[in-house]
Unconditional design. Structure first.
Length: 201
C-alpha cells in the first residue's frame, strides 16, 4: 500500500516540530514571522486542531509542560513515524509538477528536513523535468504559430506556460546552487526562534 503524503498544513507542523519541540502557540508565532499567510492561508485555530490530530496519528508526541506560573501547555515533538512521513511528503512536494504551487514553497522552506544529497537529487530531477517541459512548450508554440486556424490567444497560452516553467527553472537552479554551496545544513526555525526570544527581552 502506498502511503499518502501529509497535507500541506500537517507537513508544516511536523517540519516545525522536527526541528525543535514547540507548542502550537510557538508554531503560530513562527508562521506569522515568516508571513506564511501571504502564500498559504492557514488559521491559528487550525494549527491547534492539526497538531492534536497529528498527535492522535502518532506523528507528533505531545507532552504537558508547566513554565512557572504560566498555564500548562502541550509541547509537540516529532516521532519516528512523523519524520518518515515528512521525508516522504517533502519528496512528493519537490516532485510536484505544478508551477507556483504551495507544496513546492513548503518543500523549499523545510528542505533541510531531508539529507542534503536527497534534497539535491530531488531538485536535480525537478530541473531535468522542467527542461523537458520547456522544450516541449517551445516546440508546441512553434507548431501552433504555423497553424493559421489557431488564434493568438492559443499560442500565447502555450508561451505563458513556457515562461512560468522558465521562471521556476531559474528558482530551482538557484536553489541547487544554494544547497550545493551551503556551509550549514540546518533549519531556519531555530535561528528565528532565538531572534524572536531576543526581541521579547
Amino acid at each position: 500500500m502506498v502511503e499518502r503524503a501529509l497535507s500541506k498544513s500537517a507537513a508544516i507542523l511536523v517540519a516545525l516540530a522536527a526541528e525543535q519541540a514547540m507548542s502550537a502557540y510557538e508554531m503560530v508565532r513562527v508562521l506569522k514571522a515568516v508571513n506564511l499567510s501571504r502564500w498559504f492561508p492557514v488559521s491559528e485555530s487550525s494549527i491547534y486542531v492539526t497538531a492534536r490530530n497529528l498527535e492522535e496519528k502518532a506523528l507528533l508526541a505531545g507532552s504537558a509542560v508547566q513554565d512557572g506560573n504560566m498555564p500548562e501547555k502541550t509541547v509537540y515533538a516529532v516521532t519516528g513515524a512523523g519524520r518518515k512521513a515528512l521525508a516522504r511528503t517533502l519528496n512528493a512536494f519537490l516532485s510536484s509538477g505544478d508551477a507556483g504551487n504551495p507544496e513546492f514553497d513548503i518543500a523549499m522552506l523545510f528542505l533541510c528536513a531531508l539529507p542534503r544529497d536527497e534534497a539535491l537529487a530531488c531538485l536535480e530531477r525537478r530541473e531535468a523535468r522542467l527542461i523537458a517541459e520547456i522544450d516541449r512548450a517551445r516546440k508546441e508554440h512553434a507548431r501552433l504559430s504555423k497553424d493559421s486556424g489557431i488564434g493568438f490567444a492559443g499560442t500565447l497560452m502555450v508561451r505563458h506556460n513556457q515562461y512560468l516553467k522558465e521562471a521556476e527553472l531559474k528558482t530551482v537552479r538557484e536553489l541547487i546552487a544554494e544547497v550545493t554551496d551551503a556551509r550549514r545544513w540546518d533549519w531556519f526555525v531555530t535561528d528565528l526562534l532565538a531572534r524572536m526570544k531576543e526581541t521579547q527581552r
